[in-house]
Design a protein around this ligand. Structure first.
Ligand SMILES: Nc1nc2c(c(=O)[nH]1)N[C@H]1C(S)=C(S)[C@@H](COP(=O)(O)O)O[C@H]1N2
Ligand SMILES: [Mo]
Length: 330
């Protein structure tokens, strides 16, 4: 995230205004808007970092190396907006376990062993246990969910995820009356995740939801995207997707899910509580202390667009927060 890191590595401070130059220099939209763009071009370059790099030296992993996921059902929750190019969605990532540059996850996540993998589900459930990715896909029909993803850094994408509603998975473990929140944890293994050797965050990465948010039908556990298995850099083999919240809530490479009684600690909130709240619902009316959240840059587009309350999912989720002051519960 553009985040934090004033003291940790001052050269890397980025704000939501900054987009890697390569991401729009090669875009069709850049050509289309080249006339109008002349003015903006200057500001784009000004925001550009000096060590702007071109393609990675090694051959990038191709999508065909990942298996197709079969029997995927369509969903009425999908948007028909234009999808982000696969190349962009898999090469411009936040996954600090592999480094803090957007290109690091694709370069360095080859060390992540995703098979075998299982997720431990425990805490306030009648039937704790583990579930493998295969079992998950066998016992539920995978659905395609084409969702907007809005990063707190003020860029966005449209990604066709493949996944299973989290609520359907949790039900099988029979949450008890004490299950008020759900706590998620990413793998902690600095050998596979070299970014964990630096204390950019308190590892493992942790996230959490209130139980009603977790049970909401929009919330999914995703095992793939663009018709195939999840690429490592996007959180293989299993990650959360909560489309009405800032992207950092959508925790990657999950190994543990615990149902708990009180609000669990979460990584970005621990790192900078004033900047990242527990709820982190997309909200254009509440600025990040260091930048505005009113607009966003859709990756692949040149001009910024308005950010929508709850990232455009207000009809589905606003009622979860009725009576709450969303400027205080940010
Ligand atoms: N474990 C873990 N999960 C994570 C992150 C991370 O650094 N580590 N980054 C988050 C952030 S800030 C965003 S915007 C999304 C990015 O998902 P994507 O790379 O698939 O687009 O992942 C989120 N999940
Ligand atoms: Mo993010």
């Amino acid at each position: 995230m553009g985040l934090l890191i004033k003291s940790i590595h001052p050269n890397h401070i980025r704000t939501g205004e900054v987009t890697d130059r390569s991401l729009y220099m090669r875009r069709r939209d850049f050509i289309k808007s080249a006339g109008a763009g002349l003015l903006l071009y200057g500001s784009g370059l000004a925001g550009c970092r000096s060590e702007d790099r071109s393609e990675a030296a090694e051959a990038p992993p191709t999508s065909s190396a990942l298996n197709k996921i079969h029997g995927v059902a369509k969903s009425p929750y999908s948007t028909s907006e234009e999808q982000t190019d696969y190349e962009d969605a898999t090469s411009y990532n936040n996954f600090y376990e592999f480094g803090t540059d957007k290109s690091d996850p694709k370069r360095y996540s080859g060390s992540l062993v995703t098979d075998p993998w299982s997720v431990r589900i425990g805490g306030a459930v009648a039937k704790p246990g583990t579930v493998s990715i295969d079992a998950l896909l066998r016992s539920h029909t995978p659905e395609e969910r084409i969702y907007r993803l809005r990063c707190v850094e003020a860029w966005s994408m449209v990604i066709p995820w493949i996944g299973i509603p989290l609520g359907k998975v949790l039900e099988r473990f029979e949450p008890t009356g004490n299950a008020k929140y759900v706590a998620f944890r990413t793998l902690h293994d600095p050998k596979q995740m070299p970014g964990q050797k630096r204390s950019v965050l308190e590892w493992p990465y942790r996230e959490g939801l209130r139980i009603d948010e977790a049970m909401h039908p929009l919330t999914i556990l995703a095992t793939g995207m663009y018709g195939r298995e999840m690429p490592s850099q996007n959180g293989a083999p299993l990650r959360l997707v909560v489309p009405w919240k800032y992207g950092f809530k959508s925790i990657k490479s999950i190994v543990a899910i615990d149902l708990v009684e009180s609000q669990p600690p979460t990584s970005w909130n621990m790192q900078a509580p004033r900047e990242y709240g527990f709820f982190s619902n997309v909200n254009p009316a509440v600025d990040h202390p260091r930048w505005s959240q009113r607009k966003e840059r859709r990756i692949g587009e040149f001009l910024k667009r308005e950010t929508l309350p709850f990232n455009g999912y207000a009809d589905e989720v606003a009622s979860l927060y009725s009576g709450m002051d969303l400027t205080k519960n940010y």
